[in-house]
Design a protein around this ligand. Structure first.
Ligand SMILES: Nc1ncnc2c1ncn2[C@@H]1O[C@H](COP(=O)(O)OP(=O)(O)OP(=O)(O)O)[C@@H](O)[C@H]1O
Ligand SMILES: [Mg+2]
Length: 447
C-alpha cells in the first residue's frame, strides 16, 4: 500500500485514538464497570494533544474550510472516525446493538462524549438541519433524525486520507462535463491568447504572490461577453479541461433567492463548499445582476442591488477561477469591468470562422457528400457557432434517416429549421445559395 507517510489521517492519529478509548470507556461503563486510572490518565493526555491538533496552526486548520466550535469538532471527529479507522466502526457496531451500523448516530455521539442532558442542545445545534457542519458540507446532508447514522462528506474523508478528492458539485451549482480542448474552440487568435493569459493567474500564483510578494487578489475573475451561442460556455470548459479541474455552473436565478437575505446564505454555502477545492466556477447570465445596478425603483430592487454588490465582493474574495458570462456587454459600466482580471469579448463568427465551425461541428465520422463545401457554407449563411452546431446535427439526423451521406439538402433543412426558430419562419434570402437545395415541401410552405 502506498499510504503517504504524512496524510492528515496520520497527523490526526491522536483524535482517532482518543475516540477509540472513549468507545472503550463507554462499553465499560455500560457493563457497570468502573474505569481504571490508567485509562483516565491516557484520556487526559490525549485530550491535551487533541487540543493542540485543533489549534490555529494544527493539521485541522489545513483541512477544514473554517474554524469550528469545540462541540462541532468533537461531533465531526465522531462522525469521521469510522471511515478513517475501521476498528472504530466495529466499536460503533457493538455499541449500537440493534442497528448494527458502523456509523455514529446523534444518540451515540451524545453518549460517547458523555454529554450531560443540558449540553445535548449544543450537540443538536451542531448536527441539526441548517447547522454549520451541514452548511460547510462537512457531513452528508441527510436526515437529521437522532437515531439515523451520520456520515462525513466524501470529499472530507478523502482529503483526510490524503486521497484524490471525489468531485461533487457544491450546493447551488451543477457540474458541466469537461470534454473540449483548445482545438475545439474557434476564436480570433487574440482572444485565445487572452484565455491563455487568464490561466497564468491560476498557474503562477505561487510565484507571483508567495515568492515575489505580489498582491494577493481573489479570483481570478473573468467576464465573457458576447451573443448567445458564441462559445462562452465552451471556452470555460476548455479552461477547466486544460487545468484538469471540474467546471461548476451556478444558476444565478436559483442562487439569488426571492427571499431577501437568503442569497447571502446560499452564496456562503456555495463558497464554503468550494473552499480549497480545485474547480472552475461559471456564473451564467451575470447581466441580470449588472443591469439592475443604478436603477433603484423599488425596495425590492434596492435589496437586489445590495445582493449584487455582495455577490461581486464574495466572488472577488473566492480563491479560484470564476467566469461570469453575459450577453449584454453594453450595459456593464467600467466600474464593474475594472473589477475583473480579464474581459473577453466573444464575437459572432466571420465567414472564415463559420467555415471552420461547419467543419468541426458536422459529426467527424459522418459520410459527407462531395458537394458539401464548408467554405461556401461559411460564406453563405450567417449563424453563430451554437446555430451551426444545431443545424449540422439536424442535417446529420436527416442523413441518418435517409441512409445517405450528409448532403446540401440535409444541410439546407437544418439551417432553415435553425433560422426559423426565432420567428417561426425564416426568409428565403437568409439561406443564400442553399435555398436552391431546400426540399420542395419546405420551400413550398414557406412561400
Ligand atoms: N467559438 C466557438 N468555437 C467552437 N464551437 C462553438 C463556438 N461557439 C459556439 N460553438 C458551438 O456551439 C455550442 C454552444 O455554444 P456555447 O454554449 O459555448 O455558447 P454561449 O456563448 O455560452 O451561449 P449562451 O450565451 O447562450 O450561454 C458549443 O457547445 C459549440 O458546439
Ligand atoms: Mg453559455
Amino acid at each position: 500500500m502506498t499510504m503517504a507517510a504524512d496524510t492528515p489521517a496520520r497527523r490526526l492519529q491522536p483524535e482517532w485514538e482518543r475516540l477509540h478509548l472513549l468507545a472503550f470507556c463507554l462499553a465499560r461503563s455500560r457493563e457497570g464497570q468502573s474505569l481504571a486510572g490508567e485509562h483516565l490518565e491516557r484520556l487526559r493526555a490525549l485530550q491535551q494533544t487533541v487540543e493542540r491538533l485543533r489549534g490555529a496552526d494544527g493539521p485541522w486548520a489545513g483541512v477544514l474550510p473554517a474554524p469550528l466550535s469545540a462541540v462541532e469538532m468533537d461531533a465531526l471527529v465522531c462522525i469521521l472516525a469510522p471511515e478513517i479507522e475501521p476498528r472504530i466502526g466495529w466499536a460503533y457496531q457493538t455499541l449500537q446493538t440493534g442497528s448494527g451500523q458502523p456509523w455514529a448516530s446523534r444518540a451515540l455521539i451524545q453518549e460517547l462524549l458523555a454529554l450531560e442532558p443540558e449540553q445535548s442542545g449544543y450537540l443538536q445545534d451542531a448536527l441539526g438541519s441548517g447547522s454549520r457542519l451541514r452548511r460547510l458540507r462537512l457531513i452528508r446532508d441527510d436526515d437529521p433524525d437522532p437515531y439515523q447514522p451520520l456520515r462525513p462528506a466524501p470529499w472530507l474523508a478523502a482529503r483526510i486520507r490524503g486521497q484524490e478528492e471525489i468531485p461533487m458539485a457544491p450546493e447551488g451549482a451543477v457540474e458541466v462535463p469537461v470534454e473540449a480542448g483548445w482545438d475545439d474552440l474557434v476564436l480570433p487568435a487574440d482572444r485565445r491568447v487572452m484565455l491563455e493569459e487568464f490561466l497564468l493567474w491560476v498557474r503562477h500564483r505561487e510565484t507571483v504572490v508567495d515568492e515575489w510578494g505580489g498582491a494577493s487578489l481573489g479570483g481570478p475573475v473573468a467576464l465573457f461577453a458576447g451573443p448567445s451561442g458564441t462559445g462562452k460556455t465552451l471556452a470555460a470548459s476548455v479552461l477547466a479541461g486544460v487545468l484538469g479541474w471540474p467546471l461548476y455552473r451556478v444558476d444565478l436565478g436559483r442562487l439569488v433567492s426571492k427571499y431577501i437575505g437568503e442569497t447571502e446564505k446560499n452564496l456562503n454555502a456555495l463558497f464554503d463548499g468550494l473552499h480549497g477545492r480545485r474547480a472552475v466556477l461559471q456564473f451564467d447570465e451575470a447581466d441580470a445582476l449588472f443591469a439592475r445596478r443604478g436603477e433603484v425603483k423599488e425596495a425590492r430592487d434596492r435589496y437586489a442591488n445590495m445582493e449584487v454588490s455582495h455577490l461581486l465582493s464574495r466572488i472577488e474574495r473566492h480563491q479560484g477561477p470564476c467566469i461570469l458570462t453575459t450577453n449584454l456587454r453594453k450595459q456593464i459600466d467600467g466600474a464593474f469591468t475594472r473589477r475583473f482580471q480579464m474581459v473577453v469579448e466573444f464575437p459572432r463568427p466571420d465567414a472564415a470562422a463559420r467555415a471552420r465551425l461547419w467543419d468541426r461541428l458536422l459529426p467527424p465520422r459522418a459520410p459527407r457528400h462531395p458537394e458539401v463545401d464548408v467554405e461556401a457554407l461559411g460564406r453563405g449563411v450567417v449563424l453563430t457557432g451554437g446555430g451551426i452546431r444545431n443545424a449540422a446535427l439536424h442535417a446529420a439526423y436527416l442523413a441518418a434517416r435517409d441512409g445517405e451521406p450528409i448532403c446540401l439538402r440535409h444541410i439546407a433543412t437544418g439551417v432553415w429549421r435553425e433560422l426559423a426558430k426565432d420567428t417561426g419562419e425564416a426568409a428565403m434570402a437568409e439561406l443564400g445559395e442553399l435555398g436552391a437545395h431546400l426540399p420542395e415541401e419546405i420551400a413550398h410552405a414557406a412561400h
